[in-house]
Write a protein that binds this ligand. Structure first.
Ligand code: GTP
Ligand code: MG
Length: 299
């Protein structure tokens, strides 16, 4: 048999609809896109950056803080903000050894240091939009958004001056912490999810009415103690039996069950670590450096 004949023969064999040819063809069509996808996904492991979630009551300074961190060169005070109606995220870069915003600015230009990109999600504080924000704390939502930490911004100047500010602020924080507590309390498997730390950013320290961080903490703990009692009474009134309330794994009780006073330390039991740090976005005071460092350490 000549070479030409052999070639024609094998060509005919390939072109004839045989099962081997079909199977090989089908395998190539199916496998190549899968292999390509795996290859690309492996070479770029961070398809979406991790996220820091900004929560807090209205007018506490979340948008002012977001604007300041987004434009570190803008040191002429915050630009005027208005009540946010939708969540808004900005991309920021944290550098492991940037202690202050000034360092951060310098490091961002220096390409030799390691940087991590992350998203800061500014949310609206209005109570009507609160459920949307609390939904972001559901285990699946935290997982898919790669949320690393929660920053709860509050106005430390009006917490003391205005009695109508402490209660709603503490109630919002109570709900945030309860959502995070449920995340670990309801774990059925032995796989404990990564802790989501919480920073209570006591803002507006430039104002003379502002409470120092330690007092903000004490006021919040006392108010949350009251809130969790009234919430459990509410449950009793709504027909939940006393026996049902008296179980060890009471789902809606924040912190250690059966304690009279709530403290942030009780949340450690549920792998929730809370820091209260004072600062200010505008005016003279400690500024935002300690908050920035806290965030950069958790990215
Ligand atoms: P919502 O979008 O309604 O949830 O409010 P927010 O938390 O985004 O508040 P925003 O950033 O809009 O700030 C409310 C007001 O507080 C603005 O007038 C800010 O300029 C002011 N503010 C923010 N931070 C500070 C601060 O550190 N000191 C002082 N004195 N005012 C501040
Ligand atoms: Mg806002």
């Amino acid at each position: 048999m000549s070479l030409k004949e052999t070639l024609l023969d094998s060509l005919e064999h390939i072109l004839l609809p045989s099962p081997t040819v079909f199977i090989t063809g089908a395998l190539i069509v199916v496998l190549i896109p899968i292999l390509l996808h795996l290859l690309i996904a492996r070479t770029s492991p961070y398809t979406s950056p991790p996220q820091i979630l900004l929560l807090g009551p209205p007018a506490s300074g979340k948008t002012a803080l977001t604007t300041l961190l987004e434009r570190p060169d803008n040191d002429g005070g915050p630009s005027p903000t208005h009540t946010s109606q939708t969540a808004h995220s900005v991309e920021l870069t944290a550098s492991a050894d940037a202690a202050t915003r000034a360092d951060h600015k310098a490091n961002a230009r220096d390409t030799s240091t390691a940087h991590t990109k992350f998203l800061l999600l500014d949310t609206p504080g209005h109570p009507k939009l609160r459920q949307q924000n609390l939904a972001r704390l559901a285990p699946a939502a935290l997982e898919s958004s790669k949320t690393k930490a929660v920053v709860f911004v509050l106005d430390a100047s009006s917490i003391a001056a205005d009695p109508d500010v402490l209660t709603p602020t503490a109630a919002y924080l109570h709900d945030v912490l309860l959502a995070l507590q449920k995340r670990t309390a309801n774990i059925k498997t032995s796989k404990i999810p990564a802790a989501i730390p919480v920073l209570v950013a006591a803002n507006k320290m430039d104002l003379f009415t502002a409470l120092p961080a330690a007092l903000v903490r004490a006021n919040l703990e006392a108010e949350i103690s009251r809130i969790r009692v009234s919430r459990s009474k509410g449950l009793l009134d709504s027909g939940v039996g006393v026996d049902e309330m008296d179980t060890e794994d009471n789902d809606d009780w924040l912190g250690s069950y059966g304690t009279e006073k709530f403290s942030f330390d009780q949340m450690m039991e549920f792998n929730v670590y809370i820091d209260v740090i004072g600062g200010n976005v505008s005016g003279d005071g400690p500024g935002v450096d300690r908050w920035w460092k806290w965030i950069a350490d958790r990215i």
